[in-house]
Design a protein around this ligand. Structure first.
Ligand SMILES: [Fe+2]
Length: 281
């Protein structure tokens, strides 16, 4: 039986008829149809096909527990932000979500309220504080706040050869919902562009820069997990984020302070969680 054109597409779709779940069948059928439509639209050549296979192979080969090249690929193609938008329909009072990014690491150190989590990372001291609230403005005590960010040189701890974590910790909110820690003032940084994703960006005439930000992941029983950033107001890359993650409501002022001859910064940002009932999946 010679299968070609639409018959080929439909035969591949039909091959998933015995899928273990309806959802799997729906997703795989749509994936096949869109992949085939894509190849037809661009009239994909065999050379391009082999280039793509090589690209994906190298994307896998460079990936490790701390180098998440596939996350980066999804990020620069906007798939991460698209998925964030589809999966996070919640009330306008709740803090908006943005990309998870490739630099989260399980098992961050536990910090107490007010601790310095920079742990010697280069950068200007920055006091990060706020409350974790529900959409009625009530504090959530005991919420788990995970945070991670780059240093003044634009590197996350996992990109450096270090003995211990820097600018990375988890802490619990107090009875009034407060979180508070010292880290360093975040700066704009390039996403890792020495691998396949960097090649993709250069071939597309695109830059690797992300505007300065602090990552947060907040969880509390009965609430939907919040994955977001707080961006620094005035950053020159807010409109050209390489991973399309900026939302206006996530931009905050980092205020400069002079204390004798020392300079430090502070930022205050409340993180508002939606309940699981308020979050339509
Ligand atoms: Fe980041």
């Amino acid at each position: 039986m010679d299968l070609q054109g639409d018959d080929l597409t439909e035969a591949v779709v039909a091959s998933f008829d015995g899928s273990e779940s309806d959802r799997y069948k729906t997703v795989m059928s749509a994936l096949v149809r869109h992949l085939h439509a894509f190849a037809r639209e661009v009239e994909l050549t065999e050379d391009e096909y082999f280039t793509a296979i090589d690209f994906l192979t190298r994307t896998g080969q460079i990936s490790t527990g701390t180098r998440q090249e596939f996350v980066l690929l999804a990020d620069v193609l906007g798939l991460s932000m698209l998925t964030v938008g589809l999966g996070n329909r919640k009330p306008p009072e709740a803090t908006q979500s943005t990309v998870f990014g490739p630099f989260f690491v399980e098992g961050s150190p536990e910090a107490q309220l007010g601790d310095d989590i920079a742990n010697g990372a280069p950068g200007q001291p920055c006091l990060v504080s706020g409350k974790v609230l529900n959409t009625k403005g009530e504090p959530i005590a005991g919420a788990l706040v995970e945070t991670w960010q780059a240093d003044e040189d634009g590197f996350y701890d996992v990109q450096k050869d270090l003995d211990g974590p820097q600018n990375r910790a988890h802490l619990a909110t107090d009875a009034e919902g407060n979180y508070r820690f010292w880290a360093v003032k975040p700066v704009a940084y390039p996403i890792p562009d020495d691998g396949p994703v960097g090649e993709l960006l250069r071939a597309g005439g695109r830059g690797p820069m992300r505007p300065a930000h602090i990552h947060f992941m907040v969880t509390a029983p009965g609430y939907s997990r919040l994955i977001t950033h707080v961006f620094a107001a005035g950053d020159e890359y807010l409109d050209t984020d390489a991973v399309f993650g900026v939302k206006q409501s996530l931009i905050a002022d980092f205020t400069e302070h002079q204390d004798d001859d020392k300079t430090y910064y502070s930022v205050e940002y409340d993180l508002v969680l939606a309940t699981t009932e308020e979050t339509q999946q």
